[in-house]
Design a protein around this ligand. Structure first.
Ligand code: DX5
Ligand code: ZN
Length: 230
């Protein structure tokens, strides 16, 4: 089977009810989510704290699809085994989390997960140059990591285009994280992205008790992006 570059929507549970992750995940998957995006923050690499591997393990049984764990932590390496053991399908580490991203990516694959590499908005696309054969996904941050609900940074569209050209035929997903809406999704889909993380734009207006808006939100992003995909 050829590599799947169709649009995948990955709601970020950062924008969901923290007291009710299991039900939120089940609701959003029932409403059409493809992947579940899990934002891990340490209050050191980014100025916010969320949760760790124990929470990932607790939510795993509620996820039918792909569990996409985004590590905004430094250091990363001491925690890779724990996140892999929690059931993460994809573990994404930041190029900026240092000091040895090459070793970190090796360790993620070594632990049995798919390896993702995230680039902050200020990091040049050339940061991926010696890592392309070690990654399954590259995440282009379209906000500075740490918080949901921030404004999409337009300058990152050119980075996505350059990244798409570098990737060529390699089986590497391009994921976009931050400020994705039905307005911004087509811009990055046209530039070559296939995985769209969305927090506020998916969870806004709905709830576990009233999940239909989740479905409307997911469809709106997917339709806008799919129409623009080259
Ligand atoms: C930001 C996180 C994102 C965040 C996106 O640091 O990595 O995944 O949840 O939230 P929105 O879609 O609201 O920008
Ligand atoms: Zn994220």
């Amino acid at each position: 089977m050829s590599f799947d570059r169709s649009i995948k929507i990955a709601p970020s549970i950062l924008a969901s009810d923290f007291a009710n992750f299991g039900a939120e995940i089940e609701a959003v998957e029932a409403q059409g989510a493809d992947w579940i995006h899990v934002d891990v923050m340490d209050g050191h690499f980014v100025p916010n704290i969320t949760f760790g591997p124990e929470t990932c393990k607790a939510i795993r049984p509620h996820i039918k699809g792909v569990m996409d764990v985004h590590l905004m932590i430094a250091p990363v390496d001491p925690y890779i085994e724990a996140f892999a053991a929690s059931g993460a399908d994809i573990i994404t580490a930041h190029a900026e989390a240092g000091p040895h991203i090459h070793r970190t990516l090796q360790a993620i694959r070594g632990a049995g997960a798919k390896a993702g590499l995230a680039l902050n908005p200020g990091t040049p696309v050339e940061a991926v140059d010696y890592l392309l054969d070690m990654v399954d996904l590259i995440c282009v941050m379209t906000v500075n990591p740490g918080f949901g609900g921030q404004k999409f940074i337009q300058s990152q569209i050119a980075k996505v285009e350059a990244l798409r050209a570098k990737i060529g035929d390699r089986p590497i997903h391009i994921e976009i994280d931050g400020g994705v809406t039905p307005v911004t999704a087509p811009l990055v889909a046209a530039a070559g992205a296939d995985v769209l993380v969305a927090g506020s734009a998916v969870f806004g207006g709905g709830s576990v008790a009233d999940p239909a808006p989740y479905g409307d939100n997911i469809r709106a992003i997917r339709e806008a992006a799919t129409a623009a995909q080259s």
